[in-house]
Design a protein around this ligand. Structure first.
Ligand SMILES: Cc1ncc(COP(=O)(O)O)c(C=O)c1O
Length: 348
């Protein structure tokens, strides 16, 4: 497959901005109009008055090793939301190209495409929230540059079948597999498949299992050609020195992350069981993520009741296939008990 041919012509021709820190990170640095006198605030062992490494070599090297790929396979964004936005901008010609979404799914794919004036073709998931591959193949044509697959899917919580995702990789489009919640699933990431499928992009984030939503750090693993175009269009210093510092610290804490993930999974199973017992809940869907989708007798009323008590969940009822559905993040045990007790007090 020729990835280059899927890239927008103007992006192929683009001469990227050359930033000062691309060539030199140390020395008598009089090349970037930074403040040579220092910074007004300091952080231990961190240089804040200098622009950070535009190539993010240190963090990318560690992420590459963690994922058993090369540095050239890794791109970092300000959250995976930035990566999503940049992928759309690299491949999709406004007013001309299209993307395919497997809905209901994460809302930012549609927003990123709409900002770029790119057509969104929606393929509904099947009743059991799997990919309708026949339908996707019918909707894809020469203008379809991207197919977004979210696995485990937000807001349904389930994993998509790997064979279905790989079947989409036979199409002449980029297939993005968003694995934001993969750490909560008892299955392997698709990262290794990137080496076999040059049109596969695997998206990861530190916002979920790693507990760093406030830091804003996401990344993708893909073929070096795709990574080189993302590097070309990103703003020169998108990842701050502070973000890199926090990320480097976090990435050394794999054991602690595993413990937290195990605790969240245990709590998810407890919460699922308790939700299942509630009379106002008709169905609790299986979850491979850190949230649970439930179908209620009246999602709007339950949402209002909980919000009135200061317990905020997400009402997904307006999404296709999700009539009367709420999405509930797994909280701490105390928070989950508050939720269950509040519902019981009112309804039972
Ligand atoms: C499926 C999915 N992808 C990406 C994101 C955004 O992640 P980030 O915080 O890395 O931008 C979210 C956030 O909820 C999500 O649910």
């Amino acid at each position: 497959m020729n990835i280059e041919s899927l890239v927008r012509e103007n992006i192929r021709a683009l001469k990227p901005y050359r930033s000062a820190r691309q060539d030199y990170l140390t020395g008598v640095l009089l090349d970037a109009n930074e403040n040579s006198f220092g910074s007004v605030v300091t952080a231990e062992n961190l240089t804040l008055n200098r622009y950070p490494d535009p190539y993010q070599r240190e963090v990318r090297t560690i992420l590459a090793a963690m994922n058993d790929v090369a540095l050239e396979n890794v791109f970092i964004g300000v959250g995976s939301d930035e990566v999503i936005d940049l992928i759309v901008r690299v491949f999709c010609e406004p007013k001309w190209d299209s993307i395919v979404l497997l809905e209901p799914t994460y809302g930012m794919y549609r927003v990123a495409a709409s900002i770029q004036d790119v057509d969104v073709r929606s393929c509904l998931l099947t009743e059991d929230f799997q990919i309708n591959t026949g339908e996707v193949k019918r909707k894809v044509d020469a203008s379809t540059k991207l197919i977004f697959c979210c696995s485990p899917n937000n807001p349904t919580g389930n994993l998509l079948r790997v064979e279905d995702i790989l079947a989409l990789c036979d199409l002449n489009s980029i297939v993005i597999v968003d694995e934001a919640y993969i750490d909560f699933a008892k299955t392997e990431s698709l990262v290794k498949m990137v080496l076999d499928y040059p049109n596969l992009v695997v998206l990861r984030t530190l916002s979920k299992a790693w507990g760093l939503a406030g830091v804003r750090f996401g990344y993708c693993i893909a073929d070096p050609v795709i990574i080189s175009y993302l590097m070309k269009v990103k703003s020169p210093y998108n990842i701050s020195a502070l973000t890199s510092r926090m990320t480097l610290q976090a990435l050394s804490k794999g054991v602690e992350v595993r413990q937290t993930v195990d605790a969240i999974i245990q709590e998810r199973e407890w919460l699922s069981g308790e939700l299942n017992k509630l009379l106002c809940v008709k169905e609790v869907f299986h979850s491979d993520a850190n949230f649970i989708l439930v179908r209620c007798t009246d999602a709007g009323a339950l949402y209002k009741l909980l919000a009135g008590k200061g317990i905020i969940v997400r009402n997904r009822s307006s999404e296709p296939l999700l009539e009367n559905c709420l999405r509930i993040t797994v909280g701490t045990h105390r928070e989950n008990e508050m939720l269950i007790n509040t519902v019981k007090e009112y309804y039972e």
